[in-house]
Design a protein around this ligand. Structure first.
Ligand SMILES: [Zn+2]
Ligand SMILES: [Zn+2]
Length: 162
């Protein structure tokens, strides 16, 4: 789910250095060109990922199928570095945008099969567009960040004081 989380976070991704930071932060492996073209190709897929992550279950299933066949994904077990056997559906030397798309699609397979799409929502803050992945047992996570959560707690507190 690391890759899904990375696109859920409101990451500011405007430079090659930003992409490098995301790369380190989320422990990506494999090909990484560190070029403007790579950054632009990653930025270009973000709207598609957002569409996938906010789609209803049936739509999401179709989008996942589309993404996987487009990338000619073939699930293979791989073991590298500190990572024990896990699935890669495209080669490590495929372009980064393709790998992000495919890994997100692969992660969504589990979410769709388990019918857990309700765990993916848009932040409850009225001015925030960030996606929220709620993995808590009681599904209590409504805000993308503590910043949004706190801002709303303060607003609610003030409203009660009036
Ligand atoms: Zn791997
Ligand atoms: Zn938010």
């Amino acid at each position: 789910m690391t890759l899904v989380n990375s696109v859920l976070e409101p990451v500011s991704l405007t430079s090659v250095a930003d992409l490098d930071r995301v790369w380190d932060q989320f422990g990506y492996t494999g090909r990484h060109d560190r070029t403007r073209a790579e950054l632009e190709s990653v930025l270009a897929i973000l709207p598609r990922l957002r569409t996938l992550l906010t789609a209803d279950r049936d739509e999401a299933a179709e989008l996942v199928n589309q993404m996987l066949s487009e990338a000619q994904a073939v699930p293979q077990l791989r073991r590298h570095g500190d990572f024990d056997w896990h699935i890669h559906a495209v080669d490590q030397d495929a372009a980064l945008d393709t790998r992000i798309l495919v890994e997100t699609a692969m992660a969504m397979i589990d979410v769709i099969r388990a019918d857990e799409l309700s765990r993916l929502t848009v932040c409850a803050d009225g001015t925030c567009e960030a996606l929220v992945l709620d993995l808590s047992r009681n599904r209590s996570k409504r805000f993308c960040s503590t910043t949004c959560g706190n801002r709303n707690a303060v607003a609610a507190y003030r409203a009660r004081q009036r």
